[in-house]
Ligand binder design. Sequence first.
Ligand SMILES: C[S@@+](CC[C@H](N)C(=O)[O-])C[C@H]1O[C@@H](n2cnc3c(N)ncnc32)[C@H](O)[C@@H]1O
Length: 446
Amino acid sequence: MAQSRRRRPASRPASGGRRPAPPRPAEPGPVLELDVERIAHGGVAVAHHEGRVVFVADAIPGERVAAQVVDAGRERFWRAETVEVLRASPDRREHVWPEASVDRAPEHRVGGAEFGHIAMPRQRALKGEVLHDALARMGGVEVEVVVEPVDPAVAPGVDVEAGTRWRTRVRLHVAADGTVGPYAARSHTVVPVTSLPLAVAELEAIAPLGRTLEGAVAVDLIAPSDGDPQAVVRSPDDRRTARTAAPTVVERVGNRRFTVDRDGFWQVHRGAAATLTAAVQDLVDPDRFDPAAENHDLYGGVGLLAAAVGDRFGPSVRVTTVEADARATEHAGANLADWIGARAVTARVDRYLDELAAAPDDAGRGLRGATVVLDPPRSGAGRAVVDRLAALHPAQVVYVACDPVALARDVGLFRAHGYELEAVRAFDLFPNTHHVEAVARLAAIV
Ligand SMILES: C[S@@+](CC[C@H](N)C(=O)[O-])C[C@H]1O[C@@H](n2cnc3c(N)ncnc32)[C@H](O)[C@@H]1O
């Protein structure tokens, strides 16, 4: 059982990265004994102290912990970090990443594995609770969500039981003295590490751990499913090469191959692309699907989810991907060449929808009868996009979301436009972190 020592004020290693580290208190705050009640969005747990909410890191609901206050600057809540586990949850386990363990002083614990001390079934249960609470509070819907582990069959090399060896993209930072490592949790302090257990094995093998890289600011590690792993050292004046000359990699999903810029967006978990492909294919309601309608994949990247729709409904399906990054759109055009009805457009989604609303199409029906896949960045689609999209009356929207609160907010917005949340599934695409991916179907109620 991982127990910790009380935090001692310690000198901190030099800060690295491009932005200054968020401030830590000059003087250590008080250590409180807290009964941890429930999980909150963002991977922290909720406790109370003298009537005030305290958000506690590295604790599990049901535990009693000693936690040091690190932010007492707000009236309504404080922030604290567990420094000793006084009564451990039966779900507490040795951290999968020793350098993130509660045994270390908080300022030396690496970030990015904030659930690594929790048994996997409980991690997924906590993520399900966060989704449920967000959908109830902001979306106005009561729905139990079971967070599903990734099927090992689509994630070769991943240890699904332990939640390790899944990351195909990793950024390490380089401190001013050349030290290489991830940032400490809630800080921009570089922590040297001896292992990268969440990374796929081939990335850990090439990572410059223990080395000094003076003059660099970061190292990006990329492991495409088709081709060799790469380590790209970034220097401060590393302007992106002209985008037309950007290097590319190839990703395989089932029998399909997708070309993507090496530095462009691709789903990070080794099994994520296949998992989301299957989930989108499952959640599109075939009774509402019209292959001849103006179907769309908004925030389409290099065309992964448009291909999922095309593979489900056949090569003549009409589907348009819309993506802000011109290089990604270029790749989407080539990646979707098998579908005669596929089109790839470079545009911001909100502006694209404005243009669609302004330009009468042949049938004068906007997106009526269409299926729209929506896979926005973490901040979600937001009111600007949801209002515009709903005004075009698609028959169904399959929303892929990596932030439960942004999803819940947007579900609430869609519901105000007459759409109902009909189905939602969730997947553990970020094991040992608090992140979770959800795929939801919203349908126009008649
Ligand atoms: C979560 S990724 C999804 C990509 C793709 N669906 C996939 O699974 O590979 C979000 C994509 O939205 C793009 N994006 C971000 N903001 C955008 C905007 N306002 N309009 C269009 N695309 C945007 C990003 O470049 C990125 O490719």
